[in-house]
Design a protein. Sequence first.
Lengths: 300, 268
Amino acid sequence: MNAIMRLPDRVLENALRLLALSSIAVLAAITLFVFREGAPLIWRVGLGNFLGADWHPTAGRYGIALMLVGSAAVTGGALVIGVPLGLASSVVLAELAPPLARRVLKPTIEILAGIPSVVYGFMGIVVVLPWIRRHLGGPGASGLAAAVILGVMILPTIVSISLDAIEAVPRAYREGSLAMGATEWQTIRRVVLPAARSGIVAAVILGMGRAVGETMAVVMVAGNAVQLPRSPLDPLRTLTANLALEMGYAAGDHRAALFATAMVLFTIVVALNGLAGLARRRPTRRSGGASGSTKTAVSP
Amino acid sequence: MRRRHHALLLGAMATVGSAACHRRAQADLTLAGSTSMQPFAEAWADAYGAEHPGLTVHVQGGGSTAGVQAALSGAAQIGMASRALTPEEAARTTSVVVARDGIAVIVHAGSPVSDLTLDEVRGIYAGEIVSWRAVGGRPTPITLITREEGSGTRAAFEALVMRGRRLAPRALVQDSTGAVRQMVASDPAAIGYVALGIVDGSVKALRLGGVRASEAAIDAGRYPLVRPFLFVLAGTAGTAVTRDFVAWIRGEAGQAVIRRDGLLPPGA
């Protein structure tokens, strides 16, 4: 009709545009803030100090190497536990389970994602730590304990994304394989899983990002000693735990060093998210990939 | 939709307005200094402010040394220091003990060890004594538990026990007094340190050189792990407002706050 009649539409449209931009603005603000607080410290104390193995902030030593090792070890351990479990669950859910079992199991696994991480940590303190102390030795609080807890925590991420990928494999592939005389297991291993590969890779990377970024549960069970873990039973400290532990009272350069730690963590998580996006976007040769899969982001 | 837009706008304006009002409140009393004292000072400020409408108490951190400097420069009416003053600081200020912080060294309730010397505790935390057997316990490795860098309790422990020695890096780090107590309560090989006031039946507080960790022993000056929480005033007297605030803190209401969080009263 005319411009006046369309005015409400225009207002609404612009308001929505503004809201959409605001989420980008928040990300930009966080990035700017973290880097502005953290980067000058690295400049001031030098990269050698910052990437060294000595963390003693009240004495001017800001080396985060041992925390990087801790984060890597715990994340690796979580993947060793979480990936086989998660993949097996999604294969069962997609290919083998009867519809009723599926209707019960899928939401159950998804509920795992909704349990607050402090509850996981508490279960770790009450159940996992005493068990490790009694049966395997050491102080209980350890990289192993953190890996076990994180392995369970990343299950929902791995299951839901790889399940979507497996389900997106066209039905004709399975039927063709079975018709040619392949068994059900051969079909899953040789046809379905390769066709869903890009989605499964994305699931693993996002699970990795979740494990790197998890804080509360890790602080509660990892022991947080800044040392090189020589066995899975040794306590260790992750990047996230370092932030959570010391942010409360830190001041001056110590505080800046924590922001620099956050900067490193932030970069790792953003890189993992980017990798997962790439893995998912690349079309798989035969099936066109898991383009219908849900978008899940890693929360640091 | 447009109406919702208005509501949002109104909400935003109300928020901005109240923030502006808040900023206009008078800054009547400012405390600055020790971060160990900061949580208590904030609790005092809330309770005192509730009893004295129109008067706002501001609390800032910065550390004990900065607190004394702030009191001297007038940036704060009251400086907070959680250590004894140096002779030079003491000469230029008046200080009042508002609380004392006793630290207990704790072990598992079932541990056969119940008495260590301060040197033994230092040796254990420095990583030289690694087995309980060396100090009369079972032949198991000692699990060290400490607080995070920046914690006031850790700073006090380092000053009073370690005396310049560095804590062994293999010590487990917990970020609260409660978490340390929980770890020690559940691990027969653990040793930790916490504020005396929160020791309960789940753990055992060690005697140090034969002296039990108790308020009586601290009053008698025999238990070594204690530090004063000081209010520092520039000059001698302070204003009527600061005098009333200090008197209130040393009174019943102020002492209830510190008791609740595990500190000890100023004593004689």
